[in-house]
Write a protein that binds this ligand. Structure first.
Ligand code: HBI
Length: 359
């Protein structure tokens, strides 16, 4: 139980409804953070795009979903569609703010950061991606300077993509470990989880599956069908199976039976939740040494780190999987990435913000 319970307004990502998969790992973060904060006695309300599926207190907001930031060019202007759900969400927050002690923002977008100094209620910004555009970098830095301690990132590799890494709070990431069953005896298959989009590098995992002849089970939202078709044309012999975009309970049943998760991002994925989900099932992670994966995977202990974009490295790691103790993967998830551990980091972050505010 928190020493002092707070009222927390949780603003989800505007790129898609919770449960759509468009928000990737952040959808899970919103639900897990909210669940853990509520368990600790805080009063929470989630604000998310219409169509969001969630058993926690939630207000759904209509409007046009936001353009994904990872598709933007560094010099792109800030784009906000007509009848923007992002703008509608933050108009709701403006009206509701008097009932809350702190607003927790998950949107990787210019508007909520720019609005920070217009709000009376303090805003805690959870930055979920690495540096992508100049407009975002500038406004994140502005808020980090004006409201010290109010901007958090997940990991160090992500932070170092910004020129002001020293201004950030670090909260890492988490999964509800109790929702994942440990599996000690896998079948002869590999897993790949993520939005099926080019920045996720699925083709390399498919290539490794074709070379080793080991089946690859693919889980996640089929976001880019052209990219998916292209992979099928490029690797017609690969023994791959698309399992769909599954809810956590079903995902972890299949994931646990896999010998390893292949994590092959082309971009700096801040702190991939899918790697934590695999470890919670006892599944080793074979990952490119890129982004948060380089901080999550302990090479030789909970999986293997491979030179980025080199398929032979993936294949070589697959042949060494017997060296990994699956229980060590589960233990690591319990020790470092539980909701309990995250809850402690969040409460410290909020207390620090509120102590600044009261000065
Ligand atoms: N793009 N504009 C925008 N806003 C977000 O909040 C956002 C995004 N792209 C991806 C995304 N969030 C999440 O899937 C990642 O942060 C995990």
């Amino acid at each position: 139980m928190a020493d002092k319970s707070h009222k927390i307004l949780i603003m989800s990502t505007p790129v898609g409804a919770i449960g759509s998969g468009l928000g990737g790992g952040v959808e899970l973060n919103v639900l897990n953070f909210a669940k853990e904060l509520q368990r600790r006695g805080h009063q929470i309300e989630i604000v998310a795009p219409q169509g969001s599926v969630c058993s926690l207190p939630i207000t759904e907001i209509p409007g046009a979903i936001q353009i994904p930031a990872q598709n933007q060019l560094r010099v792109d202007p800030v784009l906000i569609p007509c009848n923007s759900v992002l703008a509608n969400m933050w108009d709701y927050a403006r009206q509701a703010q008097a009932n809350y002690d702190v607003i927790l923002n998950f949107a990787y977008d210019w508007l909520p950061l720019y609005l920070t100094s217009f709000f009376n209620c303090p805003i805690a910004h959870f930055i979920s991606m690495s540096s992508l555009t100049d407009a975002m970098d500038r406004v994140i830095e502005k808020v980090a300077n004006e409201f010290p301690g109010s901007v958090a990132v997940q990991g160090k590799v992500q932070a170092d993509t910004f020129t002001f890494a020293e201004k950030f709070v670090y909260v890492r990431n988490c999964v509800d470990v109790s929702a994942y069953q440990f599996c000690s005896q896998p079948s002869n298959s590999l897993a790949w989880i993520g939005r099926i989009a080019s920045e996720k590098g699925l083709e390399d995992a498919v290539a490794a599956s074709q070379i080793t002849g080991i089946s690859l089970k693919i889980f996640g939202l089929l976001q880019d069908t052209a990219y998916w078709q292209q992979i099928h044309q490029q690797y017609p012999e690969a023994p791959i199976e698309y399992m769909g975009f599954l809810p956590t309970y079903e995902l972890q049943q299949h994931l646990g039976k896999c010998r390893a998760l292949l994590a092959t991002p082309r971009w700096i994925d801040a702190y991939p939740t899918v790697a934590l989900e695999a470890m919670a099932c006892g599944v080793p992670v074979i990952a490119y040494r890129r982004g948060g994966l380089a901080e999550i995977v302990e090479d030789g202990n909970t999986g293997f780190l491979v030179e980025p974009d080199r398929v032979p490295g993936l294949v070589e790691a697959i042949h060494r999987l017997d060296k990994i103790d699956r229980l060590a993967c589960r233990q690591r998830a319990e020790d470092e990435y539980s909701l309990e551990a995250m809850g402690d980091r969040l409460e410290k972050w909020f207390a620090d913000i509120l102590s600044h505010q009261s000065k």
